[in-house]
Design a protein around this ligand. Structure first.
Ligand code: DMJ
Length: 461
């Protein structure tokens, strides 16, 4: 009997222990998982966007850019080309800011006039204005955007009238006069997404053909070891600056090889990307004690010139991820985040051999957030949400002014500068918004972002 009692008691205890264990609150989740309230973060980013937009509206309406400290404005040329309104429009559409988008659209369609007697940068006008107008058209469907895009495309066409087909750096929008014989690889090779889309949407192949020829010609000028340099003479095809890297001056040429291949289903561009990547990995890739980086070498010898890497280079993890190399994409993104985190906000250029800042400003660049967005899309690892939150929070902490957001003159002292580039609204706030917003906001796998974060969609096949 005693034994039976003992048995019943033991059984009761075990049941009690089991029930208690089951009712115990589950152990705290690992630090990284689900700690970020995505909806609250998306709202925070949207509020930051509205703060910048209202500052622009109050102090710079109708001009290219806001001066966020002096509460004034800045125009790139003699007359405004409405750079901030055009760059910002598709972000408003994606954020569901209908009222703001409507007034922005009215401003653009009523006032934007490309019949201007001054020289503009072929590259900047293409990525910000042509790209912005094309994505505005695809998202909003107003034919006024496509009409403007076509007018602009026609005015840019004279840049391709060189013996090589590679474009001049500048064109006069009214007269078609051109200048700038020495152009950079990035400025030559970052046209196919916008010119190609213009061709597909208008049915006129001329834009695609010219930009494609320029891209292939640049590729054909690569060195025997497969690398391109920073600048080339577009009349003679002779390299001027032979520094090879993935940074500013070359960066978006590589980006457009793979993105062009994907947007236009073009195998030749994919082959060009893959061949280029082999050379990049062989000569630029640098696995060091401070992480994985991509440095500078001479394009002909492959000899390392410097261990510099910067804010502009931080797009490369996104491109690697798009190309399917998640291993290197993850490692390089970790380095890029380290570059940001080391200084509280990223400098323009660091020396990765000793993690010191070489060029110390921060001009509100988006690339680090862009890569976090791509990596989050491909892995769904919450670490990228954490990094994006940290980067976004530090922009708010160090760059916010009563009228908008200011660049930093020095990331070490956090001294501000009176500039808010239009890409802040096109890119720097779009990428974190998209990381935190519901996936349905944009079907990532069916769009290609141009290098100014304007999403372009293949609607033609
Ligand atoms: C943007 O205009 C584009 O992203 C370009 O490719 C590089 N520079 C700025 C942002 O940093």
């Amino acid at each position: 009997m005693k034994n039976v009692k003992r048995f019943v008691l033991a059984l009761a205890c075990s049941v009690l222990i089991l029930v208690t264990a089951c009712n115990k609150p589950s152990p705290p989740k690992p630090k990284n998982s689900n700690q970020i309230n995505k909806a609250a973060m998306a709202l925070k980013v949207k509020k930051a966007f509205l703060h910048a937009w209202y500052g622009y509206k109050k102090y710079a309406w109708g001009h290219d850019e806001l001066k966020p400290i002096s509460k004034g404005y800045h125009d790139w040329y003699k007359t405004s080309l409405y750079m901030t309104p055009v760059d910002a429009f598709d972000t408003m559409e994606l954020m569901g800011l209908t009222v703001q988008a409507d007034s922005d659209k009215a401003l653009i369609l009523k006032n934007l006039n490309f019949d201007q007697d001054f020289y503009v940068s072929t590259f900047e006008t293409t990525i910000r204005m042509l790209g912005g107008l094309l994505s505005a058209y695809q998202l909003n469907k107003d034919p006024g955007f496509l009409k403007l895009a076509k007018d602009l495309g026609n005015r840019l066409l004279p840049v391709f009238n060189t013996p090589t087909g590679m474009p001049y750096e500048y064109v006069n929008l009214k007269t078609g006069a051109v200048k700038g014989d020495v152009n950079s690889s990035a400025e030559i090779g970052t046209l196919i997404l916008e010119f190609g889309t213009l061709s597909k949407l208008t049915g006129d192949p001329v834009y695609y053909n010219k930009a494609y020829k320029a891209l292939v010609t640049l590729y054909n000028h690569r060195s025997p070891i497969g690398l391109v340099g920073t600048t080339i003479n577009v009349k003679t095809g002779k390299w001027v600056n032979t520094d090879s890297h993935v940074s500013g001056g070359i960066d978006s040429y590589y980006e457009y090889l793979i993105k062009g291949a994907r947007l236009f289903h073009n195998q030749k561009m994919m082959d060009m990307w893959q061949t280029s990547l082999k050379a990049i990995n062989k000569y630029l890739r640098d696995s060091t004690s401070t992480g994985l980086w991509y440095g500078h070498v001479n394009m002909f010898t492959g000899k390392r010139i410097s261990t510099h890497f910067g804010a502009l280079d931080a797009y490369f993890p996104a491109v690697l991820a798009l190309g399917g190399d998640l291993k290197d994409a993850k490692a390089l993104e970790a380095s890029c985040y380290k570059m940001w985190h080391t200084f509280g906000i990223e400098p323009e250029v660091i020396d990765y051999s000793n993690m010191t800042a070489v060029v110390k400003d921060y001009v509100l660049r988006p690339e680090n957030l862009e890569s976090a967005y791509y990596l989050y899309h491909y892995t769904h690892n919450p670490v990228y949400l954490e990094r994006a939150k940290d980067m976004f929070d530090s922009i708010v902490k160090y760059c916010r002014t009563p009228a908008g957001f200011a660049s930093l003159k020095n990331v070490e002292t956090k001294e501000k500068m009176d500039d808010m580039e239009s890409f802040f609204l096109a890119e720097t706030l779009k990428y974190p918004y998209l990381i935190f917003a519901p996936d349905s906001t944009l079907d990532f796998d069916h769009v290609i972002f141009n290098t100014e974060a304007h999403p372009l969609r293949n609607t033609w096949n």
